[in-house]
Design a protein around this ligand. Sequence first.
Ligand SMILES: NC(=O)c1ccc[n+]([C@@H]2O[C@H](COP(=O)([O-])OP(=O)(O)OC[C@H]3O[C@@H](n4cnc5c(N)ncnc54)[C@H](O)[C@@H]3O)[C@@H](O)[C@H]2O)c1
Length: 474
Amino acid sequence: MTKAKQITNICCIGAGYVGGPTMAVIAQKCPYIKVTVVDVNEQRIADWNDTDLNKLPIYEPGLADVVAEARGRNLFFSTDVDEAINEAQMIFISVNTPTKTYGVGKGMAADLKYIELCARQIAKVSKDDKIIVEKSTLPVRTAEALSTILNSTGNGVNFDILSSPEFLAEGTAISDLHKPDRILIGGEETEKGQDAIEALVAVYENWVPRENIITTRVWSSELSKLTANAFLAQRVSSINAISALCEKTGADVDEISRAIGADSRIGAKFLKASVGFGGSCFQKDILNLVYLCRQFNLPEVADYWEQVIKMNDYQKHRFAKNIIDSLFNTVSGKKIAFLGWAFKKDTNDTRESAAIYVADELLQDRAEIHIYDPKVTEEQIFSDLKSVCHPEGSEATKDLLKNVIIHTDPYSAMQSAHAIAILTEWDEFKTYNWQKVYEEMLKPAFVFDGRNIVDKKQLTEIGFEVYNIGKGLN
Ligand SMILES: NC(=O)c1ccc[n+]([C@@H]2O[C@H](COP(=O)([O-])OP(=O)(O)OC[C@H]3O[C@@H](n4cnc5c(N)ncnc54)[C@H](O)[C@@H]3O)[C@@H](O)[C@H]2O)c1
């Protein structure tokens, strides 16, 4: 085997939730590597370059410190995509791969148009050999398509393609990147492919022990990421399915999680019942897996995984319906306070957040919704409601959205409310003065805790009617 080339210049295309934090940590841990993160979204790049670190486009605990350490030293954010590609020896692709909203595979397959655009741009601009790293989550065998595009220019430039999916979780991205359970790198089994793998291994070895770096063939690496997300989402749907049964039987879902999680074959993580999982990845990646299975004529396998999504939709609907049923079968004209809009705590990401779907069901029943989230902007909330629930500009949408009011103070959101719905597990919700909240609400004062985070006993003693997930009968 020839000696792997030492990488001193990296470019990352896509300055989002994956590209930004991942490259910030690579730059922090490898001061000898120049890392340039590029994006076509000018505002996003301007926000990454803002001297006020509170204005970074992504909220993640610890991220601002890492950016402060590396930015301007060996970490750069730029809109000049061509120059960064040209300079780099290794190019990470971290662009978005949403579910297709049109044509063949609509609603199921991953939309690879952003990936394809990147490949075409890399092919056009590159003057010397490059290692291309797929960081985005991609359907199995995408590397083959990338290779076809990249190697069809005929200009003599040589591209090696690696798959290195990212396993960070939003909300804990920096600690996940600092101490990953594993780094996965898939490459070709040829000598060239193995050299490319070793070049990327050498980057990660600056802070990740070699035994935690797994190398595989490309297809296994691509499929591992979809499989990991499918297994994680399946655990949430499984415990949520049991939560519905608990509510009918008087069993307590948190007690069940503790009991089964103690079994080392099952494990304790990801067994928290909730209003349903959200985030940009679980749903789209499972739909993508389901689509792949159908394409390969495996309908039983496809149906098996699709049920994970159906259970999640059911859980969100069940939560909204319970609010309407409990408030005497209608929420029309009633004030419902939402605590939380992000899909989980410690992130400002709202993609596929359960809150969006619960809000939509309540708005259809003519509720007035007052929303407070510590990190999500008003602009983002309205954009979510418009893009996910209602076509922009329609009269019906305008009428419904008149009933949405955003607050920057949680107490004003809850004042004179008929009910409070907790949609995100932000820690600060546990520490509110619930006595004061109760006194200022209409009675009976309902709390629907979609994350099982407030102290039910304490709130019930104050006088609230409390509904938790998976704790029906008292
Ligand atoms: N968000 C997560 O927690 C997470 C975790 C692991 C993997 N992933 C995967 O990583 C990928 C990126 O996810 P994300 O959450 O960072 O998405 P994102 O939408 O936050 O960021 C993607 C960025 O790519 C930019 N972009 C798109 N096309 C471009 C082009 N041709 N040139 C330059 N920039 C371009 C967009 O403007 C955007 O800023 C997805 O495939 C996702 O499935 C996400």
